[in-house]
Design a protein around this ligand. Structure first.
Ligand code: SAH
Length: 206
């Protein structure tokens, strides 16, 4: 599967029907998801690996990893409704590609997640509604894996960089995107507002 094909496949997946503002439910744009997943694939962080998608929502990141040959993906989210959409997405992909995906679903607060995997790929809440939500996810990801791909607001870069380094991880890559926030939430005035979002690849330092 090429990067373009991946982006197309991901663009067909379902997203939140009624996003819950207090949980900061913004889906990752399919083009951006494909870009990061493709980079992860090229670095050998996906094929044959066990992946965790923390705050998985409707599952675009984990499903993309499975499409690129991940051995297994665990989808974790506090919202059961979001994960049931993720399950529908799994069924959709399996049907369209005549394949079987090894996906597990965990409805729980990220604080309760206690599995170990090869790679975490996550787009957690940015912490605009729940202060520290972003660092809560980062801490958990660092317990769960030695290689992590994570999205945060670009404006918090200095803070995230310092947080990562203070926790025994190194930043190997950083990408920045114009992130479309579609008008799915009442407080957005413009139809599509764009914010700058960064993606970090971080690895544990031994
Ligand atoms: N990763 C998905 C969704 C991003 S939105 C994507 O890229 O499309 C952030 C997700 O984090 C939402 O699905 C929300 O339900 C979940 N979330 C928010 N707080 C959480 C918490 N404390 N524990 C687990 N999941 C949480």
């Amino acid at each position: 599967m090429s990067k373009k094909e991946l982006a197309i496949a991901l663009s067909k997946l379902k997203v939140f029907e009624k996003p819950k503002m207090k949980l900061e439910q913004y889906p990752t744009d399919s083009e951006i998801a494909a870009e990061i997943l493709w980079n992860a694939y090229m670095k050998g962080d996906i094929e044959g690996k066990e992946i965790a998608d923390l705050g998985a929502g409707t599952g675009v990141l984990g499903m993309g990893a499975l499409l690129l040959g991940a051995k297994k993906a665990v989808f974790e989210d506090i919202d059961a409704e979001a994960l049931s959409v993720a399950k529908e997405n799994q069924a959709l992909i399996e049907q369209q590609n005549s394949l079987k995906l090894d996906a597990d679903f965990r409805v729980c607060d990220v604080r309760a997640f206690d599995e170990h995997v090869d790679t975490v790929i996550m787009n957690p809440p940015f912490g605009t509604k729940n202060e520290n939500a972003d660092t809560l996810f980062l801490e958990k990801a660092m317990e769960a894996a030695e290689v992590i791909y994570t999205f945060h607001k670009a404006s918090t870069k200095e803070y995230v960089d310092a947080f990562v380094r203070n926790h025994g991880f190194a930043i190997t890559d950083y990408w920045e995107f114009d992130w479309p926030l579609r008008n799915t939430m009442a407080h957005h005035v413009k139809r599509i507002e764009k914010i700058k979002v960064g993606a970090w690849r971080i690895v544990k330092v031994f």
